[in-house]
Ligand binder design. Sequence first.
Ligand code: G3H
Ligand code: ZN
Length: 267
Amino acid sequence: MTLRNYLEKAKKEKWAIGQFNFSALEQLRGILGAAQKLRSPVILGTSGGELGYLGLEEVIALFEIAKAKYRVNAFLNLDHGKNLDLIKRAVDYGFSAVHFDGSGLPLEKNIKYAKKVIECAYKKGVLVEGELEDIKKDNLTSLNKAEKFIKETKIDSLAIAIGNRHGFYKNVKLNFNRLKEIKEKTKVFLVLHGGSGIPEHQIKKAIKLGIVKININTELRIVWKKSLAAAFRTRESKPYKILAVVQNEVQKKVEEKIKLFGSRNKI
Ligand code: G3H
Ligand code: ZN
């Protein structure tokens, strides 16, 4: 099954595939461990910052080895790619998907660059996700812009703004009316960014209304940091003991999300 196959299946059956970001081995293993245990497909995300730290070569090497070891259906996505050269390199290195974040650009420029990304990605069967409005509080994806963008670029997926935002916020109020309107007017895969902290019932409703991919980053970073900090307060000094606990905590959080997104046993 390719990532496209999974997204189509998710759309038909009304569940969502999680994108979990990583920049540390404990996160990568925790995510794949959860996917293996719950027989769920997963997307591993790396943003510019995460890639800048790990390096494209290490990301691909670590990912391929870990994926084979865990025997899971996992896919790599370049998250919030703003630099065309980096996006091209990710495509060449074998990422399954790239997210071109042109949200800071005027619509015409966003369309122009998205087309360039698509041109290079499609040759290799790499999925492309686009973004229109900055994903922050009170920003809503414009229906007209979305229709024009999709029609002109023929993009696969769209990251939408419906009251979601990046970071850990519990007081999120997703605009389900806008989600319904976008769903009615488009056929692309709809993506919810800023998944950390969004109350469970809102996540479930968003999936019911057509979201097929949900990105989680901050929540995993918090688990990683808190469990590491707790280990430092003990007398333990062996990295392999401390980090095994951290990995386990990350895995538990990812398992929670996989169950919530309904991607369990969908492999
Ligand atoms: O692209 C990554 C996600 O949108 C992560 O958002 O840090 O709020 O979970 P989050
Ligand atoms: Zn995001």
